[in-house]
Design a protein around this ligand. Structure first.
Ligand code: PLP
Ligand code: COI
Length: 339
């Protein structure tokens, strides 16, 4: 058996033992199958390949100090995949089937759930694709749902350390009434050029403005944005961002810590008033933002001068991680313990 350096994992793909699959045919979902092959046999005219009928999810399993495995908010991911399916006309997978698939794939790959001390986790990637052949632009009649898992470390290689982000007005990730609120591959394809450009210039991500007016904050590459000011957690309301489950959780945690929460449009200039800012998501957890450079307007907003996360980001991060790893009670009922 290979040895894994649990404490130095990146956010990458490592093969594991099993994946699970389920197919939709003749108007109904079949039984769950457990597979060892990591390939998919696909028709060359499948709608996922030509017309982007593809949606995915991302969630994590954590091994606690007690050795038990906890999965974070899986019903929320099931609901979001259903919303994505409605958004691009794919068959909806029932929550119960989603849950069974996630629990099965995690249990089958238990040896890949990183040990508590490593601070790493098992990333769970559900994928739903249209598989039947179409040449006309129409939804498929058949679908494949697959879930694989892979052990991961931090998404931004710096981990819980502030990194710089940039505003680039030449690129949009999603249109105001487009697919930004769904988790579909096309949104990520649309973000690749800007993302690479930002990385080449030393930024960890692009902070997107709304596509229509280029006035309001949307989100940060693969994560939502939040700012902190006067004990208030402020995060964008927008029709073109993904409704982040991490963000939703942080809003509840912030309220439980006595903070106020505002979810509303955030004009770019307001960045100058935030004491702290961060990106949040399953992969990103909380990634504090060191500064945001508006490269078109030659402006910089600074949130960390000493290279350390702000105190509020740190409190929110610690509380979220404590619930996820089972170090503290789960007052919100977010965690599914794998039995
Ligand atoms: N925004 C985008 C574009 C994402 O890809 C993700 C990752 O899933 C998020 C936000 C964060 O969402 P969540 O917290 O549900 O992982
Ligand atoms: C996640 O946070 O789960 C994501 O999907 C972000 C990225 C890896 C696409």
């Amino acid at each position: 058996m290979e040895t894994i350096d649990w404490s130095n994992l990146s956010f990458g793909y490592m093969p594991t033992d099993y994946n699970v699959r389920c197919t939709y045919k003749n108007g109904a979902w079949g039984e769950l199958e457990v597979c060892t092959s990591d390939s998919i046999n696909l028709h060359m005219a499948a709608t996922c390949l030509h017309y982007g009928q593809e949606g995915f999810e991302g969630l994590k399993a954590f091994r606690g100090r007690d050795g038990r495995i906890r999965i974070f908010r899986l019903e929320e991911n099931a609901a979001r995949l259903q919303s994505t399916s409605r958004g691009i006309l794919m068959a909806e997978l029932p929550t119960e089937k989603f849950r069974e698939a996630i629990l099965t794939v995690v249990k089958k790959n238990e040896r890949f759930v990183p040990p508590y001390e490593s601070g790493a986790s098992l990333y769970i990637r559900p994928l739903l694709i249209g598989t039947s052949a179409q040449v006309g632009v129409k939804p498929a009649a058949e679908y494949l749902f697959v879930v694989f898992v892979t052990p991961v470390g931090p998404y931004f290689k710096e981990g819980f350390k502030p990194t710089p982000m940039c505003i680039l007005r030449q690129y949009d990730r999603a249109a105001p009434l487009g697919t930004g609120i769904y988790k579909v591959g096309g949104n990520y394809a649309a973000s690749l050029v800007a993302g690479e450009k930002a990385h080449e210039m030393g930024y960890s991500a692009v902070l997107y403005l709304d596509a229509k007016e280029k006035k309001y904050i949307d989100e940060c590459g693969p994560a939502n944005f939040f700012g902190i000011r006067d004990n208030c957690y402020i995060t964008p309301q927008s029709t073109s961002i993904l409704p982040s489950i991490t963000n939703k959780s942080l809003m509840e945690i912030a309220r439980s810590m006595g903070m106020t929460v505002e979810q509303r449009r955030i004009p770019e200039e307001e960045l100058a008033t935030f004491e702290e800012a961060g990106a949040c998501g399953t992969a990103a957890v909380i990634s504090p933002i060191e500064r945001i450079d508006d490269l078109d307007e030659n402006r910089t907003y600074i949130f960390s001068k000493d290279g350390r996360p702000g105190a509020v980001c740190e409190r929110l991060y610690n509380k979220l991680r404590a619930i996820q790893y089972g170090d503290e009670p789960d007052p919100f009922g977010w965690v599914t313990v794998v039995e």
